[in-house]
Design a protein around this ligand. Structure first.
Ligand SMILES: *Cc1c(COP(=O)(O)O)cnc(C)c1O
Length: 355
């Protein structure tokens, strides 16, 4: 089976972890700081703050922006559930809007109609590795005085008009095992705002600047040096990983004929966390099964959008998102990861074109 994702773990990653074990400095050592510095450099920001996961980075981002009870956050339902859960952790209310059918990203033309006096932030997702329309979103946010939080968990080093994701507003990234660069579990928050970075560092570690003096209610959301050591090696591979994903996506775009292939907006540097196609008017689940039976792994991201999850029925009462609902029935993702061989790409094309 050609897997839909495959973490790359080389000898350097293994050696780096053993070095940390030998050093005895397992937490708050030099690796976390080094990974933060590299992440900040790649994303053209002043500060990167490492956390234990993408989810905890987002929770910290919302709290650092002062978002809490009574506030509304405009977001999408076509995402991994963490995007929405973090709004609920902060005590705020998610206000869902629809996505664009061709890029799968937030439909910026629907944002203004969703703004109320309670709106504090726009929380967008750079889904599958393609930046959302940051030009339009930043203009709307500025006009209405809203914070912008970028869920860039799938979009490490992606760019919009030459500018890195995570550098427009407050960014957050995941370093989970299947993401484009990974530490097993891990996350990162990015910002150019000194005060916000300071709050994020306090929130991450029990509100503690001076040992055992606590300035605020904080959490233990720290990343360990064992994880950071893996991340440092992965960041050295990032440019190569991204180029391989882009070449694989270009091959699939050029050769697939039986499905609707993904659209990249001009000006976007897409990093292809997922290569996601649509099969309208057909039984998606039967197609996915046929591919699996023939050795091609796929993923469905996401079969049930957030507003249709049972446990959110009160939060999402009366919400209707026609494009999101349609996409959740039609999409599936094909392997695009850097380890694919030419023979595997050809097999994927052959199997998909005879669906
Ligand atoms: C992976 C992911 C997250 C959560 O990241 P974790 O590191 O698993 O907590 C959030 N949002 C999106 C869009 C993701 O893909």
């Amino acid at each position: 089976m050609i897997p839909v994702s495959k973490p790359y773990i080389g000898e350097e990653e293994k050696k780096a972890v053993l070095e940390v074990l030998d050093s005895g400095m397992l937490v708050q050592g030099p690796r976390v700081a080094a990974l933060e510095a590299e992440f900040a450099r790649v994303h053209q920001v002043k500060h990167a703050v490492a956390t234990s996961s993408g989810t905890t980075a987002l929770h910290v981002a919302l709290l650092a922006h002062g978002i809490g009870a009574g506030d509304e956050v405009i977001t999408v339902a076509f995402t991994f559930i963490a995007t929405v859960n973090c709004i609920l952790y902060a005590g705020a209310r998610p206000v869902f809007i629809d996505v664009e059918p061709d890029t799968f990203n937030i439909d910026a033309s629907q944002i203004e109609a969703a703004i109320t006096p309670r709106t504090k932030a726009i929380l967008l997702v750079h889904l599958y590795g393609q930046p959302a329309d940051m030009t339009a979103i930043m203009a709307i946010a500025e006009k209405h005085g809203l914070a912008v939080i970028e869920d860039a968990c799938q979009a490490v080093a992606a760019t919009h008009q030459g500018k890195a994701v995570g550098s427009f507003g407050t960014g957050m990234f995941s370093l989970y095992a299947t993401k484009n660069v990974m530490t097993g579990e891990g996350g990162m928050l990015t910002t150019n705002d000194d005060a916000l970075a300071d709050s994020a560092r306090l929130l991450r570690a029990h509100g503690m600047r001076r040992r055992y003096y606590h300035e605020m209610l904080g959490y233990n959301y720290r990343l360990s040096d064992l994880h950071a050591a893996i991340g440092i090696e992965q960041m050295k591979r990032l440019a190569g990983f991204t180029a391989a994903r882009q070449a694989n996506a270009a091959y699939l775009n050029a050769h697939l004929t039986s499905v609707i292939t993904p659209v990249t907006r001009p000006g976007n540097g897409h990093v292809w966390h997922q290569y996601t196609v649509r099969l309208p008017g057909r039984d998606r689940d039967a197609a996915v099964k046929q591919l699996a039976d023939n050795g091609v792994g796929t993923g469905v991201f996401y079969p049930v959008p957030a507003h249709q999850q049972d446990y959110l029925h009160e939060v999402a009462a009366g919400v209707s998102l026609p494009v999101t609902e349609q996409l959740s029935k039609e999409v599936f993702s094909l392997p695009v990861h850097p380890a694919l061989t030419q023979a595997e790409l050809e097999k994927i094309v052959f199997e998909v074109n005879r669906l």
